[in-house]
Design a protein. Structure first.
Length: 452
């Protein structure tokens, strides 16, 4: 049997709106700086290309160092204090990064910024999960992903109008804007009143294997800690799957795929920017519509379909390098590649976040989200490192071949994971279908008389 949080509170919808508004404003602030980090480091502060590239690795390493601690503190003290502390750290890092000159100072503030931003991600995921019932989590996480992309897109457009490499002060303005938006997130979401953890338990029919998985998760909840979480075979499966997902898509976006598009397909940097905009447009336009599709399907099946979509995306990228570099057909193919990746991202957003939330025992929600965020960080470091190695050797056929295998692996791993999930965890049992059981359980609690 599995545990389902079904008790609704008056505060939950208002709390969720505040969390999502704060998150959208923070994403809007990030849009002002993220596209221009490398330009700022190399062209404004005149650091070497190696130092400019190392900044992203510094962020990732700082994130990996703080995430295990963040997960524990969230579970023990609650997400709000951790969110406020993370936002203050990220805001200080942003300001210091924007006004520093030497490489040592810039790297130190980059580490502070990376640690702060890393703290925000699992905390916000935990807050969204706390504010929603299982049946509403797909919509909540999808809307959050939609707002993230919308905020990043608008912020990036406005930042592009402000930034001028010949005027360092223009970059300082961008980092101040981001810091201000991070502090707004702390004020809006960090002071929200969240519903109580746990509450009502409902028993739902499960398969034998899923029941064993649920029992392992329950035992993990009793033991506590990350070691106990590792005994949850379904969560371990999600982490392995997430590693392949983030490695084969997100980890290639600004590294291997961009290099392939400019070096092999021979598109211009401006066309590459248009391709990224097309990717964002697909997500923004279709995100809420895709809920109708994912809401009727097993989460594991949706992820398997994403693997096939991304296989088609990488195949189309390969076609773009064969049909004649620099031609209209090659350009159309690479644009299609970015749009297919956007379609896959659209399908994933209502699935992955809610899956982790439904796997986590109530007392370990922070640890589960922190572990998931840590896996993402590892993949985001490994992906560009792998791409840099293959691009450096100009081994593009081998590069595409390995990514073909990775995307096929996404589909295979997703289908295997589905056998370990309970119906609720796999998105088959919605809150509406268990409400009668909820009412019976409430009566049973009040009267202490078993209900037949």
């Amino acid at each position: 049997m599995t545990t389902v949080i079904t008790k609704s509170t008056v505060e939950a919808p208002r709390a969720l709106r505040r969390v999502q508004v704060g998150n959208a404003l923070a994403a809007f602030g990030a849009g002002f700086t993220v596209p221009f980090i490398y330009v700022y480091a190399t062209e404004v502060r005149h650091l070497s290309a190696g130092v400019g590239g190392a900044l992203f690795s510094i962020w990732a390493v700082a994130a990996l160092l703080v995430l295990p601690v963040i997960g524990k503190v969230v579970d023990r003290r609650g997400p709000q204090p951790v969110l406020v502390a993370s936002c203050l750290l990220a805001a200080a890092g942003s300001i210091g990064f924007g006004f520093s000159h030497g490489p040592a100072a810039i790297m130190i503030f980059a580490a502070l910024f990376g640690a702060g931003i890393a703290g925000e991600q699992p905390v916000l995921a935990t807050m969204v999960a706390r504010c929603t019932e299982p049946g509403g989590r797909a919509k909540a996480f999808a809307f959050q992903f939609f707002l993230n992309n919308l905020g990043l897109g608008i912020g990036g457009l406005l930042g592009g109008l402000i930034v001028d490499p010949s005027r360092p002060a223009s970059f300082e303005v961008l980092f101040c804007i981001e810091a201000a938006m991070i502090l707004v997130l702390a004020g809006v979401a960090g002071t929200v009143r969240l519903p109580q953890v746990g509450s009502l338990q409902v028993e739902v029919p499960e398969s034998a294997e899923a029941a064993a998985t649920a029992a392992a998760a329950t035992a993990a909840a009793g033991g506590g800690g990350y070691r106990a979480m590792l005994r949850d075979r379904a969560m371990v499966g999600v982490c392995v799957l997430a590693m392949v997902i983030f490695f084969s898509c997100y980890g290639q976006f600004e590294s291997g795929l961009a290099a392939f598009a400019t070096s092999v397909t021979k598109i211009s940097p401006s066309t590459l920017g248009f391709a990224l905009a097309a990717n964002t447009a697909v997500i923004v336009v279709g995100q809420l519509l895709v809920l109708r599709i994912t809401g009727r399907r097993r989460r594991s099946s949706v992820i398997a379909v994403v693997g096939l979509i991304w296989l088609a995306a990488w195949a189309l990228a390969g076609v773009s390098g064969l049909v004649g570099p620099g031609t209209a057909l090659a350009t159309a193919a690479i644009l299609g590649t970015y749009m297919l990746f956007g379609a896959g991202e659209m399908l994933l957003s209502p699935v992955l976040g809610p899956l982790v939330a439904d796997l986590a025992p109530a007392s370990q929600l922070g640890r589960y989200n922190a572990a998931f965020a840590g896996v993402r960080q590892v993949a985001m470091v490994a992906g560009p490192a792998f791409a840099g190695l293959m691009v450096g050797m100009r081994a593009y056929p081998e590069y595409l071949g390995i990514l073909f295998l990775c995307t096929i692996g996404v589909s295979v791993l997703a289908l295997r994971l589905g056998r370990r999930l309970t119906p609720v965890q796999n998105g088959l049992v919605k809150v509406e279908s268990v409400e009668p059981a909820v009412r019976r359980a409430e009566l049973e609690r009040e009267s202490t008389v078993p209900v037949a």
